[in-house]
Design a protein around this ligand. Structure first.
Ligand SMILES: [Zn+2]
Length: 629
């Protein structure tokens, strides 16, 4: 069967691209046709034609997804799998020791295998790109979910020609180069499997695209799909800030490693919320009202800066252990304290430099992170490096027990460690150099199309030493590879501030509590409580823990009265001037228990406080570098 007839059989109504498909004519190119017209029904249909020789063939489903740092390929939701050659069905068998591998026998005379498969979207789930990705009005398509590839093929070498069919009148955006487009059918230029998987598509009924750097090369776009037309409203000030963000990345890195850049922003309360980095785009998913609700905007402000910074730190420069050739080889996450930790630092920096955050929002975020890490007892047994090596487990770990287990702490703790590195560079060089000089040296270089340059721990040390000679190896050994009872607060303190506590809930925490429906008393009683009273976590050795409260119990009443966040906070405040303990009635499975919490320290929330004995380096660090666009 030829490519053209194969395609016309798939979508008999589509004839416009048949000629183009025949013109492709490359025997080694895999044809992939994805039908997303049923996306609102939570299903994608796909057809592939993979060139093959007669004999044994093993086809693979992507397992290790770049940027997710784990074996997160959603194999469970692959359905309707059928193989054909020369019009006849082929039997297949999954390998017993590799759930992602399918063995089949290509019959004599055949030159290709045709595959039909469906992908079932999880309607509500938070598992990154394998989580909820489709609603009645939009879809986020990650190509790795709808394709197979021959075992032994290198993702950077095998070519895929993809075609996408969308629901009527839906518009789309992607960094993938377009070949042609007609009546709901989009044909993309053939690219490597690596580029295809690196180039997601967003599409929807409510769509808007904004060019952020008109007339400049390379171009930058903010592409938005949303569950309502109202959610697409981008305030002129915010548009200016996103343009400033692009300018700030240029000032920070000094070169760009993409042909164009697309922020692919999905605004919906029914998709998983996360960001996933790519060379030439980012898959950014936030709540529907992100652009129009001040609290949501403040909470999500650092997402786009973080994901864009990954184009340099993570995609262009990548730890050798995370640059695998074929989506099957296990990734090694040990250097995630650079890949994610430094990106967390730079993302925050870019958010405040571009005006997406105020200085105060930045400092409140820093204080909350620092305090949470500082109070976290799990740091007594688990070095930060173990959270990177075990990242593939910790991304999906339960929230209950997080304070003792630790989580993906290489994000916030990486932020603090790189802030300290920034302060040290500025101090060592009497203010002549900054971490920005390291960024230009390590991530800048020559502008051009995407490529991957891997690095090791030694490369990071060498580049830092070129910027400011220091015992950087020892610096990271003690902070990353050894256990430390206290959080690395040297950056905050060296920058002229200190971690302190107040009795007022900071705005950033208030916004987070209201958006994510929880009450955070972890710095006083030692409790985080969900909206329905379920105890999300108890800080070991905190007053609540000592009173016999554990994770997953349910809070029912405070001093004999049904609990609300306000009643609980009022009781903590009143106990400051009272010797009686706060009595919490909790439910532990089917048993009720009254726990007397002997705590009289009042409400406590972290803030950064200015240390007037030192210069205010922090305010200097977060100043914009680029001229306003
Ligand atoms: Zn990241």
């Amino acid at each position: 069967m030829t490519i053209a007839t194969f395609r016309s059989r798939l979508f008999s109504l589509i004839c416009s691209f048949v000629a183009a498909a025949a013109a492709l004519g490359q025997d080694s190119t895999v044809e992939l046709v994805v039908d997303a017209t049923d996306a609102p029904l939570q299903i994608l249909h796909a057809r592939l034609q993979i060139p093959a020789q007669p004999g044994k063939l093993t086809l693979l489903y992507p397992k290790w997804i770049p940027g997710e740092h784990g074996p997160t390929g959603p194999i469970t939701d692959l359905a309707g799998l059928k193989f054909n050659a020369g019009g006849k069905p082929i039997q297949w068998k999954r390998e017993a020791d590799n759930m992602y591998a399918f063995d089949l026998e290509v019959p004599a005379g055949a030159s290709a295998v045709e595959i039909a498969l469906d992908f079932l979207f999880p309607p509500s789930s938070d598992d990154f790109s394998s989580g909820a990705s489709s609603t009645a009005r939009l879809v986020d398509l990650n190509w790795n979910q709808v394709l197979l590839y021959p075992k032994g093929a290198k993702a950077g070498q095998i070519q895929y020609a993809a075609t996408l069919r969308l629901p009527p009148a839906w518009k789309f955006a992607t960094a993938l180069p377009l070949a042609s487009q007609s009546a709901g059918v989009v044909e993309f230029s053939p690219v490597s499997l690596e580029t295809l998987v690196d180039s997601p598509v967003i599409a929807g009924a409510h769509f808007r695209t904004v060019e952020l750097t008109p007339g400049a090369q390379p171009p930058h776009f903010l592409d938005i799909v949303a569950d309502s037309a109202a959610a697409l409203e981008l305030k002129p000030d915010d548009q200016r800030r996103f343009s400033q963000l692009v300018a700030e990345t240029g000032a920070l890195f000094g070169a760009r490693h993409y042909r164009d850049y697309h922020f692919l922003l999905t605004l919906s309360d029914h998709v998983a919320h996360f960001g996933l980095e790519h060379h030439e785009s980012s898959d950014d998913r936030l709540g529907e009202r992100f652009l129009i609700d001040d609290d949501l905007r403040k909470l999500g402000a650092a997402l786009l800066p973080h994901e864009m910074a990954h184009s340099w730190n993570g995609k262009y420069r990548r730890p050798a252990g995370l640059a695998t050739p074929d989506f099957q080889e296990p990734m090694k996450g040990e250097l995630l304290w650079v890949y994610e930790g430094l990106t967390e630092y730079l993302g925050y920096l870019l958010a405040v430099r571009s005006g997406l955050w105020t200085n105060e929002s930045y400092r409140q975020t820093l204080a909350l992170e620092a305090a949470r890490l500082d109070e976290q007892p799990g740091r007594a047994w688990r070095p930060l490096a173990d959270t990177t090596i075990a990242a593939q487990l910790l991304y999906s770990a339960r929230r209950e027990g997080a304070a003792w287990r630790r989580g993906v702490d290489f994000y916030p703790e990486g932020d603090l460690i790189w802030l300290e590195a920034e302060v040290l560079i500025r101090q060592q060089t009497q203010g002549r150099r900054s971490l920005g000089d390291f960024c230009k040296k390590f991530y800048g270089g020559q502008s051009g199309p995407p490529r991957v340059v891997t690095y090791t721990f030694d490369d990071v040390i060498a580049a830092l030493n070129e910027v400011a000679p220091y015992d950087w190896r020892q610096f990271f050994q003690t902070r990353v590879y050894a256990t430390n009872p206290r959080a690395p607060l040297g950056g905050i303190e060296g920058a002229g501030w200190r971690l302190a506590y107040t009795n007022t809930v900071p705005d950033m925490l208030k916004a987070a509590e209201s958006a994510h429906k929880f009450t955070d008393l972890s710095f006083s009683l030692g409790l985080i409580i969900k909206e329905d009273g379920t105890i999300q976590d108890v800080i070991p050795n905190s007053p609540a823990h000592k009173a016999g409260i554990g994770p997953a119990m349910k809070l029912l009443a405070v001093n004999g009265r049904r609990w609300t966040p306000e009643i609980l906070r009022a009781a903590v405040k009143a106990a400051q001037t009272d010797t009686a303990p706060v009595e919490l009635l909790v439910e532990n499975d089917d048993y009720f228990k009254a726990c007397k919490v002997d705590y009289h320290g009042g409400e406590k929330y972290p803030v950064l406080e200015r240390d007037a004995t030192k210069p205010d380096l922090l305010t200097e660090i977060i100043k914009p570098l680029a001229a306003p666009p």
